[in-house]
Design a protein around this ligand. Structure first.
Ligand code: HEM
Length: 530
């Protein structure tokens, strides 16, 4: 009996040993295969060539050949010469330019392309803080968090419209009423100050949970910083690739403007944060109505759960707020400036939109205001016109560049770690193989006719908010804002140039200004009440 048990145990332990040896053998084999695969991949990558492209000068690279007023034209021209992917040196940095939407999609969906290029302004000044300049775990956590907050604020509440849409509509109505009471009717007015104030305040509401009066000195100063900051950052462009330039007197002035502005802004943000903190403590509730409140609640939650405050810090909060304000205000404002310009240049398109407004929203005296969630899909001409302006006058003609986190391969070429990857939207959005007669303004290209009704059809290669892992997180807010401004403005006014203004025609345009975004040359607007 005992012998039987011993034999059985012996057999079992032999079985266990055999099983263990077999599994270690298998694991060893797998590890070997994995190592072999990766070294093959690595060797393969080392054998691959960089994308083709023009050579440049030592130390400067291709910088001397770039058109400083319109760099997007230089890079689009090179796309036509070298094809859908090319590379060149900017100072010390390798830059890879892509002008094929499929390839942009393919690259930007991969984690290895989700970094930001190591530019002096993003890495040297912003130090990778915030959202736009961040990489790695801090970026992932903050992106997830802010996207969730934007979703919550964008959801319809118990009383119908979402916090977001109500805020947008309040800003739009303030803007339109200012135009009526300021006497801009019939004569020429500059819409930009009013637009900047109202769009800025919409973003302020979402980001900071507060708005400013138009004559508030702090707000005037913040708007000046945004306006000038965008221009100065563009002028400081070469510093990104040749940081040593910052010691030259002309650049030193720009750098101190940027750095002093940043320090002052963060000081002001801290006052808002302290105020929000007091409000939260008084309300004692888990609800928030702005990004800043949501962030403070998250910091509290992490503290009570004993999570080390490594990424959700006050410094991060300052940068996230600045990123949201900057990214949201400038892009939406610039898009609306282009839309108004095209509506004036193409009165027949303006009239079609007005017909849609009358049919779907109704005349002004009927008193209804437009609603993005319900009206947009019933107003295809309006939607198509907005898309066509976004295509033809791409406000970010070189997108927002990414950076590579590791050596990798794309389209059969080697892309080294730390390269800047630039989508050349200026070339893609004007590519005749994607958009027939690309220089023509034709909203119909976004429309399909179905049972005598128009339907908006956006091709896959239309990507104004870019795509993939870093795609814009304010796209919904941006679309809502642009739609509601356009529709409400046209519900109130017919737009034209004042008779004496002849700087623009459909075929003759003054050169746009290029800073961070592509901005139309200023123009006055005559507002004719409907
Ligand atoms: C017409 C309006 C807008 C346009 C055309 C636009 C476009 C873009 C583009 C092209 C990017 C780069 C995406 C990438 O790197 O792949 C971006 C990123 C971003 N946008 Fe927008 N945007 C608009 C409105 C907004 C608004 C309203 C907000 C928020 C208030 C916002 C917040 C951001 C942020 C935080 C990022 C950085 C995302 C990241 O790096 O992960 N944007 N936007």
């Amino acid at each position: 009996m005992e012998e039987g048990v011993l034999e059985e145990e012996e057999a079992r332990s032999v079985g266990v040993w055999a099983w263990l040896s077999l599994s270690s053998l298998l694991l060893g084999l797998l590890a070997l295969l994995w190592l072999r695969f990766h070294s093959q991949q690595r060797n393969r990558q080392l054998l691959l060539l960089l994308p083709p492209g023009p050579s440049g000068l030592p130390w400067l690279g291709y910088l001397p050949w770039i058109d400083s007023r319109a760099p997007y034209e230089t890079f689009a021209e090179l796309s036509r010469r070298y094809g859908r992917i090319y590379s060149l040196k900017l100072g010390d940095m390798l830059a890879v330019f892509i002008s094929d939407p499929q390839l942009v999609r393919q690259a930007f969906s991969r984690p290895v392309f989700s970094g930001r290029a190591p530019l002096y302004l993003t890495h040297g000044i912003m130090k990778g803080h915030g959202l736009i300049c961040a990489e790695g775990e801090s970026w992932r956590e903050h992106r997830r968090f802010v996207m969730n907050v934007m979703k919550q604020l964008g959801m319809a509440g118990r009383r119908g419209a979402s916090v977001m849409e109500s805020r947008v509509m309040a800003g739009v109505l303030e803007f339109v009423h200012c135009q009526v009471t300021d006497g801009g009717v019939g004569g020429g007015v500059d819409l930009v100050p009013g637009l900047r104030h109202c769009i800025g305040n919409i973003i302020n509401g979402v980001v900071f949970g507060r708005t400013y009066a138009a004559d508030d000195p702090t707000w005037i100063w913040l708007q000046h910083l945004l306006d000038q900051g965008v221009k100065q950052v563009a002028v400081a462009g070469p510093i990104n690739f040749l940081p040593v330039l910052r010691f030259l007197p002309s650049y030193r002035k720009i750098m101190s403007f940027i750095l002093d502005g940043q320090a002052e802004t963060h000081r002001h943000y801290q006052e808002i944060i302290d105020q929000r903190q007091l409000n939260l403590s008084a309300n004692q509730g888990p609800d928030y109505t702005s990004v800043v409140e949501a962030y403070l609640l998250e910091m509290q939650r992490r503290q009570s759960a004993g999570i080390p405050p490594e990424t959700f810090t006050t410094v991060q909060l300052h940068h996230v707020l600045a990123d949201m304000f900057g990214a949201g205000t400038d892009t939406a404002l610039t898009t609306i400036k282009w839309i108004v310009l095209y509506l004036i240049l193409y009165p027949d398109v303006q009239e079609r939109i007005h017909e849609e407004i009358e049919r779907v929203v109704g005349q002004l005296d009927q008193g209804r205001i437009p609603c993005y969630a319900t009206d947009a899909r019933r107003m295809p001409w309006t939607e198509a016109t907005i898309c066509e302006v976004q295509r033809l006058k791409t406000i970010l003609p070189l997108g927002v560049p990414h950076g590579t986190l590791q050596d990798c391969e794309l389209a059969g070429y080697r892309i080294p770690k730390g390269a800047m990857v630039v989508p050349v939207w200026w070339a893609m959005n004007l590519d005749p193989t994607l958009w027939p007669e690309p220089l023509q303004f034709r909203p119909e290209r976004f429309l399909e006719e179905e049972e005598e009704k128009w339907r908006v059809e956006k091709p896959e290669h239309f990507l104004p908010f870019q795509c993939g892992r870093r795609m814009c997180i304010g796209d919904d807010l941006g679309r809502t804002l642009i739609f509601l401004f356009t529709v409400t403005l046209l519900q109130h006014f017919r737009l034209s140039f004042p008779p004496q203004f002849t700087d623009y025609s459909a075929t003759n345009f003054p050169q746009p200004d290029y800073g961070f975004t592509l901005v139309p040359h200023p123009y006055p607007v005559a507002l004719h009440p409907r």
